[in-house]
Design a protein around this ligand. Sequence first.
Ligand SMILES: [Zn+2]
Length: 415
Amino acid sequence: MYFDSTGDIFYKASGVDSVRNCCHRCLNKDKTLFYEFYSRLHQKKVKYCLNCIGLGRSDSATPLMALESTARKEKCGYSLHFELTEIQKEASGRVVKAIREGENLLLHAVTGAGKTEIIFEGIRYARENGLNVAVVSPRIDVVKELHLRLGGAFKKSRIDLMFAGVKVKFDHHFTVCTVHQLYNFIGHFDCIIVDEFDAFPLAGDWNLQGAIAKAMTEAGILIIMTATPTRRMLKMTDGNVFRIARRYHGHDLTIPAVHYADIRKGIKKGRLDAKLKRLLEAIIMNDRKVLVFFPDIKMMHQVHGLMTESFDGVETVHSGDAGRYGKVERMREGGIRILLTTTILERGVTFKDLDVIVVHTEYFPSDTLIQICGRVGRKPQDPSGSIHLLTLYNTRHIQAAIRKIKAFNKGRAVL
Ligand SMILES: [Zn+2]
């Protein structure tokens, strides 16, 4: 079933049990994640859950209504404007097999392997057999992109879309949503496909992993897609792994170059670090664009001030930036040449003719570095690009990232 205020199933008399501090929707039992206020409307104190407030309020004064799950077979065609590569076809076959035989699956695909297209055939199989499918991601950007790509391919399907305030609801046979939205479902989906499983905030959030389990039917299966798998993901998918160590255009991943530099020192002296400046000049001269990653917002803004003295078309972007999507669009169109960013753009974005610079790389974990490196060379017309890691010293994480990228290029994959 799934929660819906228009539903006719009376699931609980209230969404929140205010005495026992428990939210019936998201199963939150953390006392600190409830808020109580006096409601004039109800003439009493009302307690609501902060953990799932993003889905609309679950509180102690409103009953939790639900709708019964339904299943429906449907003819489910899709269009694909290119032919899958041999390895993509093989991966696609494994996805279908996993759904048909009720197995969990970990799809370990290098960044830029064309993951989304790989799940099309599996979705078609599921829908034609009346299975309910959810394609989810922890990140709103990724959910939007998935919906765009799936909607473009499955033109005749009615795809539910849910994230933050956006809700396009049909009957939840084929749903694209954030992992948070899965709190709304109990035993509903026969197949849940999680894209970018490793992305914040899912990786460390047990509660959300519980949401996936709760939203799934008893015989339901989980398919995890990631470029950076962990042992936990392997465990969740019973060690059933399919690896794609090549990008769809067949070229190697770019190996990053490591440079020693102290950008902070330059900031203190009020000037742009000479090495960083030279790298930027070379990139602009070659008529390319660059994403410059920073470990924190403050440093990013300081360097931005210094950069604008020497370069045009420099902008910054971070998670709290309301103009973020517009800036990404302007970067695509060429109005912005140098985009300074926090790790918010580590995944989900593709630009043509892109190079990447990471500043003070010693602060970055290896999984983040692998994602960042995956931004370059995604287009067949520009399959390489360059990556520069500026760092105070060589870290274990830098070494691990380079080792894993090299292993991928050799057709091996390491955890
Ligand atoms: Zn809740």
